[in-house]
Design a protein around this ligand. Structure first.
Ligand SMILES: Cc1cc2nc3c(=O)[nH]c(=O)nc-3n(C[C@H](O)[C@H](O)[C@H](O)COP(=O)(O)O)c2cc1C
Length: 284
């Protein structure tokens, strides 16, 4: 399923037409969509959630995890972890406005310290979201190294007994999933972010590692970039910064593909380069 990036709800509740446009590309794939919202006004988040469910999403997710300094300065995202009672109240409001359909929450283990987690868990046990997506770092740890960080999932699993718990953070391979599962067998699932940018096949590999079927060829890195460049809707002359960013994440800044896409400068040239590479790959 898709888990969208956050939609910031600040001064008002977005119109249906705006939400429909926002969801269109995800829904066009036919996969279920978890639509994520972020903000500080529980009423507006709930009203937006109601509209998103009317538009057919499977679940509305509240972002209480984002560590971006701008977001946190606005008391949004990860800053919400300082107010567990707000999280509880907002999930209740969403439940009402969403007609009891899917509601979830994305959190980190704490704002400043993992010792805040018992209070956060207490609030979650009261409001019972359908899924808790947990990144093991605190907000202040941003994306830095946390030795033994996955151990924190054990405490979370215990304190969130009976709730569906999906772990994330630093899962970049099938081996990582096995290691994480041996540290915390009670997790209901994993989600991946940065690893997927580097390896578009990652979810397929994990699915296969967990006993599913491997779809050969799906998710090839160059085809993935080509599809993104083509589907972006940007004119050929527009800059290709978004593909370039992805190419750096996937191949690294020294790799020939990255350097050639940097040279290509615009979307049209990037598409031509990628088409050539995909053709070459198919012939090999
Ligand atoms: C470029 C980027 C954008 C992200 N945007 C969001 C977002 O909109 N909402 C969210 O809940 N998490 C977002 N995340 C966080 C990831 O969902 C995930 O929790 C975090 O990156 C840790 O997992 P990873 O180690 O697999 O990347 C983002 C991460 C990255 C790298």
């Amino acid at each position: 399923m898709w888990h969208t990036p956050f939609l910031r709800i600040s001064t008002g509740v977005p119109r249906m037409s705006r939400l429909r446009n926002w969801l269109a590309d995800y829904q066009a794939t036919g996969l279920p969509v978890i639509a994520q919202v972020m903000g500080t006004d529980g009423g507006r988040l709930a009203a937006t959630g109601g509209r998103l469910h009317q538009l057919g999403v499977s679940c509305v997710d509240v972002n209480c995890a984002c560590p971006s300094p701008t977001v946190v300065r606005n008391q949004s995202g990860g800053a919400r972890l300082k107010h567990p009672e707000w999280i509880c109240d907002t999930i209740h409001r969403l439940r009402e406005s969403c007609g009891n359909k899917g509601v979830s929450v994305k959190i980190r283990i704490g704002f400043e310290s993992a010792s805040e987690f018992p209070r956060i868990a207490e609030a979650l046990r009261k409001c019972r979201p359908d899924i808790v997506f947990l990144h093991f770092r605190t907000v202040q740890e941003m994306y830095g190294p946390v030795p033994g960080g996955w151990q924190r999932f054990r405490m979370a699993r215990e304190l969130l007994e009976g709730l569906t718990l999906v772990g994330c953070g630093d899962v970049c391979s099938v081996e990582d999933v096995s290691r994480l599962a041996s540290i915390c067998p009670g997790l209901d699932g994993v989600s991946v972010a940065r690893g997927l940018l580097r390896d578009p096949l990652l979810l397929r590999r994990i699915e296969h590692g967990c006993g599913g079927e491997l779809v050969e060829g799906a998710g090839d890195a160059l085809e993935f970039l080509l599809e993104i460049a083509r589907e972006s809707g940007r004119p050929a002359g527009a800059d290709n910064g978004f593909v370039l960013k992805l190419a750096r994440a996937m191949f690294g800044g020294e790799h020939e593909h990255f350097l050639r896409i940097a040279d290509a400068r615009n979307v049209g040239n990037t598409i031509s380069y990628l088409e050539g590479q995909v053709r070459k790959q198919a012939q090999e």
